[in-house]
Design a protein around this ligand. Structure first.
Ligand SMILES: NC(=O)C1=CN([C@@H]2O[C@H](COP(=O)(O)OP(=O)(O)OC[C@H]3O[C@@H](n4cnc5c(N)ncnc54)[C@H](OP(=O)(O)O)[C@@H]3O)[C@@H](O)[C@H]2O)C=CC1
Ligand SMILES: O=C(O)[C@@H]1CCC=N1
Length: 266
């Protein structure tokens, strides 16, 4: 696969790392205006670094768009004459609808809208995808690309904002929970490095339990909570302090913010 990543910033470079780690591309173009910061990637034999988006589009089949929302329109306008039937355009842009992309490109091209997260760099992204009418026949290809770097789910476009909060912002939410657990562990006597190791591997184990057993979180909690024991004491105190409620409220606040950003853009 010949892949171009237009906008090699936080997410674009995470995708690049995921692709390189999984040998997922025969050639890869990485573009940004200031290329000095990513020169090290030219050490990979099959990677070209450039600020020329037109060259990247011309030489690639899969075009992954990872610029800020306000930067996308110009990029689409300046490259659309190069697009062919063979191209699959995969946008990762928050709040930029397929209709808005089609208003610029037309509806004759394969357009996939995706929402990966930065864990794509280590092959662990939860990525949601949807497509325009024309792109429906490329959705399996898009899934195959993202499944090499984690797990993908096809969803209706109407759920894309919610997926952004849960999956993309979600990485930051889980990081904060792991950080808070680490701080608790330090207070209980572990040094900072040990504390983080305990927190992150316990978090990873808890998620793996659900993924591999298919069971419900409360069923797993029941297996841990000894009657009158320390786990239920801790859990109940966390809930008295509003743990679940604050998480849900944060998720809803994040969703409301995305909705406002989207309204301003469209
Ligand atoms: N960060 C995340 O976890 C996630 C982000 N997203 C979405 O991904 C997109 C990118 O986010 P993020 O990576 O955080 O943003 P960044 O600002 O880190 O990256 C954007 C990149 O685009 C480059 N860029 C800007 N203009 C151009 C241009 N004309 N041609 C080529 N490259 C250009 C910038 O580099 P330079 O200035 O040198 O050109 C920059 O490196 C956003 O739309 C965001 O909503 C979605 C899911 C998760
Ligand atoms: O914070 C943001 O707005 C973007 C979208 C999801 C992750 N980063």
């Amino acid at each position: 696969m010949k892949i171009a990543i237009i906008g090699a910033g936080n997410l674009g470079l995470s995708i690049a790392k995921g692709i390189l780690n999984s040998n997922g591309a025969t050639t890869m173009y990485l573009t940004k205006r200031n290329t000095a910061e990513i020169e090290e990637y030219s050490n990979y034999g099959n990677v070209t670094i450039t600020s020329d988006n037109r060259e990247a589009v011309k030489k690639s089949d899969i075009i992954i768009l990872a610029v800020q929302p306000s930067q996308l329109e110009n990029i689409l306008e300046s490259t659309k004459d190069l697009l062919t039937d063979n191209h699959v355009v995969i946008s990762t842009i928050t709040g930029f609808s397929i209709a808005k992309m089609e208003a610029i490109l037309g509806s004759d091209y394969n357009i996939i809208r995706s929402m990966p997260n930065t864990a794509i760099s280590v092959g662990q992204s939860m990525t949601c995808i949807c497509s325009n009418e024309k792109g429906k026949k490329k959705i399996e290809l898009a899934k195959a690309i993202f499944n090499r770097m984690g797990h993908s789910m096809e969803i209706p476009e109407t759920q894309m904002q919610a997926a952004t909060v849960i999956c993309a912002s979600g990485v930051a939410f889980w990081m904060r929970l792991i950080r808070a657990t680490t701080q608790g562990a330090i207070q209980l006597g572990f040094d900072a490095k040990e504390a983080q190791e305990l927190a992150m591997h316990t978090c990873s184990g808890a998620a793996s339990l659900l993924i591999e057993s298919g069971s419900h979180p409360e069923a797993e909690i029941d297996r841990v909570t000894t009657p009158k024991g320390c786990t239920i004491q801790g859990l109940n105190e966390m809930e008295h302090q509003g743990l679940s409620s604050s998480l849900i409220q944060g998720i809803v606040a994040s969703y409301e913010k995305i909705s406002r950003i989207k309204e301003n853009q469209l």
